[in-house]
Design a protein. Sequence first.
Length: 135
Amino acid sequence: MDTIFDYSDLRRTLKSGGSHFLDADAMRFFRSRLGYGPIQTKDKRLTFFVTSEQFTDHRGTEGVRLYTVRAFEQPNTMHEIGDFQQYRSGPSAKRALLAAVASYEQNTPLDLREWCDAFPKAKRDPVTGDLRPAL
């Protein structure tokens, strides 16, 4: 497994695995930015980081930038910790990332999918059904 110290290492590892996840064109299309991280676990199994995306409609109206905590599992699997765009701010996503890293390091899970799915999810608006990101 590759050692990942920074986002350059993460991009290189993703690209060598055939992923376009952090390619400049993909990030531009989704209006993505990289936030806090990356933090690689001691066993090098996962690398946690934060992304943010901002939806723009067909008229060019920009939506709110929202944040997602992610975990990359080598060689080429991306996990979301909680929901996509669950956090309204970078600091709240950072807190969730640090909690996820601590949880993983304290009790390394065998089933990553189940572990990722166990994290608190965003609440749904009872009227519209839309996700209400965590604060």
